[in-house]
Write a protein that binds this ligand. Structure first.
Ligand code: SD4
Length: 323
């Protein structure tokens, strides 16, 4: 059964129950809605091709949801990016397993975890959102669903990743690298010309993770969250600490209470620092976009940056950091 019919059949449609996201938030949200934004796309790191692709689509009138999907697909297909999609680093047993999610302005979302052999997990996540009564599919079931939906299976383990993995096997030391070659997981938020926000996050997870490990990136609220009346947030870095803080949800809720995206990102990172005395050993970074186009970004270690496409051009901005 398709999701919409399922929701109707279950009699839990948000409008009827008065439960539409953000419907009780009259203060910050109402204020922020007054200013009509121009389209804008922001993404973690300097993924300029991805942000340009999404941004140009927004300027052509494409919806935020279509733009984020098309934008992050660029990195999923980029073989040089060893932390997303095809060419992503494997787990310690040599499995390339992908995690991704997508969230629509309606509050609908879809996610896949531990997905193998499919180059574009974000598009499978979108199908989960639109074609199933569920939010998240994992592993074998997610793969079966993807194949049913017409996605092609392919080997995502490149010669280069295999060589690097074999090198890693010599010492087998699990030590996630901070700011991997200045790129990493892609998280993206788009605001379209109707003022709607959508987001996506996609990754191969931390290199040489345990078989079966899932990070924050496909977890709604952790790696990505948005409320179309307030704004959105996405994360990159050590998934375990981002999950423990439910960081993206926290940022959106702080924005709802009137914090700027910058203040909200800083509070979320400070929460992680407080929860984790070993915070110097890992990176955690957030970017956030409010309904009126304001941006925030904060991380633990310097070296993280975000890219913004606005006024038809990309700008890469180094993030403020705690250390
Ligand atoms: C994860 N947050 O799987 C992702 C990976 C990442 O820097 O962003 N690495 O934990």
């Amino acid at each position: 059964m398709k999701r919409r019919n399922f929701i109707k059949a279950a009699g839990i449609a948000g409008a009827g129950a008065g439960l539409l996201p953000g419907s009780l938030n009259l203060n910050a949200a109402t204020f922020r809605k007054e200013k009509k934004p121009t389209p804008i796309c922001i993404a973690t790191w300097n993924f300029h091709e991805a942000s340009k692709t999404a941004g140009e689509l927004l300027y052509k009138g494409t919806s935020a949801l279509d733009a984020v999907e098309q934008g992050v697909r660029i990195e999923e297909a980029n073989l040089k990016n060893t932390t997303v999609g095809n060419g992503g680093a494997p787990d310690r047993d040599g499995n390339v397993t992908l995690d991704a999610c997508i969230m629509a302005p309606s509050g609908d979302c879809g996610s896949v975890v531990y997905l193998k052999e499919i180059e574009h997990p974000v598009s499978v996540a979108r199908k989960v959102m639109e074609e199933t009564p569920h939010v998240m599919l994992a592993g074998e079931g997610a793969l079966q669903f993807a194949i049913q939906q017409g996605f092609q299976q392919k080997n995502l383990f490149t010669k280069e990743s295999e060589k690097a993995w074999k090198e890693w096997l010599k010492d087998k030391e699990y030590k996630p690298i901070i700011n991997i070659e200045n790129h990493d997981t892609i998280g993206m938020l788009c605001l379209d010309d109707k003022g709607d926000i959508a987001g996506a996050c996609t990754t191969s997870g931390l290199a040489y993770k345990m078989n079966g490990r899932i990070g924050d990136s496909p977890i709604i609220g952790a790696g990505l969250y948005l409320d179309n009346e307030i704004g959105g947030a996405v994360a990159t870095g050590m998934g375990e600490v981002i999950m423990k803080s439910v960081g993206s949800f926290l940022i959106v809720e702080l924005m709802r209470q009137g914090k700027s995206p910058q203040e909200a990102c800083e509070i979320a990172v400070q929460r992680i620092i407080k929860q984790n005395p070993n915070y110097k050993d890992f990176q955690a970074a957030f970017i956030a976009l409010s309904k009126n186009g304001e941006i925030g970004s904060y991380c633990i270690h310097e070296g993280f940056s975000y890219v913004k496409f606005q006024d038809r051009k990309n700008t890469n901005t180094p993030s403020k950091s705690y250390l």
